[in-house]
Structures are given as C-alpha cells and as structure tokens.
Design a protein around this ligand. Sequence first.
Ligand SMILES: N=c1c2ncn([C@@H]3O[C@H](COP(=O)(O)OP(=O)(O)OP(=O)(O)O)[C@@H](O)[C@H]3O)c2ncn1[C@@H]1O[C@H](COP(=O)(O)O)[C@@H](O)[C@H]1O
Length: 93
Amino acid sequence: MSEILQDLYDIILDRINKMPKGSYTAEIVSKGKGYVARKVGEEAVETVVASLSEGKNRFLCESADLIYHLWVLMALEGIKPEDLYQELKRRMK
Ligand SMILES: N=c1c2ncn([C@@H]3O[C@H](COP(=O)(O)OP(=O)(O)OP(=O)(O)O)[C@@H](O)[C@H]3O)c2ncn1[C@@H]1O[C@H](COP(=O)(O)O)[C@@H](O)[C@H]1O
C-alpha cells in the first residue's frame, strides 16, 4: 500500500519538475496551489456524496481521486508521504 502511494508521489514530483504536455498533474499545477487546494475540497465533497448516496464503487473511485489530488497538494507543500506516515504513527495509541 505505502509502496503504491510512494510511487504515485514520485511520479507526481517528476511531472511537477518536467511539466510535460498531456499530463493532468502538470495541467492543474500550472493553475496554482489555490486551484489544486480547491480540487481537494471538491473531491472531498464528491467522496462524501458518493458515500451517502452513490454506492460502494463510486465511493472507492472518489476516494482514489481525493487521495491523488491530496498527494499533488502535499507535493506542492513539500510534504512527503513519509512525513504523513510519521505523523500518523505519532498519534497511534
Ligand atoms: N491517480 C491519478 C488520478 N486520479 C484522478 N485523476 C484525474 O483527476 C480528474 C478527476 O477530477 P474531476 O472528476 O474533477 O475531472 P475533470 O473534470 O477532468 O477535472 P477538472 O477539469 O475539474 O480539473 C480526472 O481527470 C482524472 O484523470 C488522476 N490523474 C492522474 N493520476 C496518476 O498520476 C500520475 C501522473 O498522471 P499525469 O499527470 O496525467 O501524467 C499517473 O500515475 C496517473 O495514474
């Protein structure tokens, strides 16, 4: 699980550095951090709606969209997956 999230983060960082044509990551990053942050909010709302009324599969897909957009925002903030894991570990009882 954490390997896939790390791989996704590394790909996102590569897209941010190279900003290649045809990359969705490059497209949203070029619109600024505020745009990416709003996308995270939008995907969070879509995840909630899916949970409340659209069924398990829609919830799964929206959750993946949410995590992808959160990962792009984390990369823009300079926060690595391992920083997040450390914070979660710190809270663990
Ligand atoms: N995991 C994802 C991923 N999840 C969701 N999305 C995109 O997020 C968007 C979902 O947002 P919306 O539902 O709002 O759809 P939209 O109308 O296209 O979005 P907007 O025009 O509103 O920005 C879709 O366009 C999806 O393609 C993703 N885009 C890319 N990745 C991964 O990110 C990596 C880099 O991808 P590229 O930057 O495209 O090369 C690759 O490994 C991809 O697999």
